[in-house]
Design a protein around this ligand. Structure first.
Ligand SMILES: NC(=O)c1ccc[n+]([C@@H]2O[C@H](COP(=O)([O-])OP(=O)(O)OC[C@H]3O[C@@H](n4cnc5c(N)ncnc54)[C@H](OP(=O)(O)O)[C@@H]3O)[C@@H](O)[C@H]2O)c1
Length: 270
């Protein structure tokens, strides 16, 4: 039985992660961590997640329970995630990171930590999205040089980072496949009088509205036809069960930086 800690346990994903761990017979949630000052501290994590008592009290510091567990699952914000990463590094524990919105410097820090501990960093843990990354690679190979590529994403009104980590990863997959640098080819927004679109641009559009769990479409548009690859998540449980799959995969891996393509063995599919 793998013992996990769930940080950001009061969050939308945190509660789904507690539920997914509860439903997985090979994983036991032994610690649940909330932001200091959150009123749910001291509650039972199972009750907080709307299941039943699981005898895990929501605490405020990962540091105090790190020795009890094998893997930390972090879906919080970049800054607390970096603190949790440091605790894992110090204690030699593995971490599954679902948090998004990292700066380039934070990404470098994660890479550095992965030299000493096993780390999965995945902006989207859904199996469908990770398959979409593969489909995008194929589409970009066949259509990328002749079509206009646009990435459109929609999320709930509370999401803070934009474009989503998943949309960025989609852009990276396409840019890498086409030998383009994403930063210099991405168009993040359009407004007012502009120059005509260059074919090699990769456009991003962002919608924030209501309770949309997560939708991504990549359009390869030509004269007279277009292909669209779309993924729609309708429940956060898809990310939470993906995270459990990641935890089980990571448990016996050496130090290194991995992603869901590794977990699902998709790097070998061409
Ligand atoms: N990889 C994936 O598949 C995937 C899927 C969905 C979401 N995400 C990402 O996961 C992250 C969380 O998403 P969410 O929708 O669950 O957000 P959320 O509902 O806002 O939850 C964020 C959690 O982080 C906690 N937190 C905030 N600041 C903190 C601090 N300084 N120290 C400790 N904890 C802190 C929050 O505590 P309070 O409640 O006390 O503020 C809350 O528990 C986001 O980055 C999101 O983009 C990833």
């Amino acid at each position: 039985m793998l013992r996990v800690a769930i940080t950001g346990v009061t969050g939308r994903m945190g509660k789904n992660l507690v539920r997914a761990a509860y439903e997985n017979e090979n994983i036991q949630c032994v610690a649940a961590v909330a932001r200091p000052g959150n009123p749910s501290s001291g509650m039972d994590a199972g009750v907080l997640a709307g299941i039943e008592e699981i005898n895990v009290t929501v605490s405020n510091h990962l540091q105090t329970c790190i020795e009890l567990l094998d893997v930390v699952i972090d879906f919080t914000l970049p800054s607390p995630c970096m603190e949790n990463l440091a605790v894992c590094e110090q204690a030699g524990r593995a971490i599954v990171i679902g948090t998004t919105g990292f700066s380039a410097q934070q990404r470098e820090q994660i890479k550095l930590a992965a030299q000493t501990i096993p780390v999965i960093l995945a902006p989207n843990m859904s199996i469908g999205v990770n398959l979409s990354f593969k489909l995008l690679e194929i589409a970009a190979k066949v259509l990328g040089e002749s079509t206009d590529i646009e990435i459109i994403e929609a999320h709930h009104r509370h999401k803070l980072d934009a474009p989503s980590g998943t949309a960025l990863r989609m852009g990276e997959v396409i840019a890498r496949t086409l030998g383009r640098d994403l930063e210099s080819h991405a168009v993040w927004s359009r407004h007012g009088q502009m120059q005509e679109r260059k074919q090699e641009e990769i456009g991003f559009s962002v919608i924030r509205a209501g309770d949309i769990v997560g939708e991504h479409t990549v359009m390869f548009a030509d004269q007279g036809e277009r292909i669209e690859i779309t993924h729609k998540a309708t429940s956060r449980m898809t990310f939470a069960t993906g995270a459990m799959r990641a935890v089980l995969w990571l448990a016996d891996k050496p130090a290194g930086l991995y992603d869901m393509q590794d977990v699902l063995d998709l790097h070998h599919v061409s």
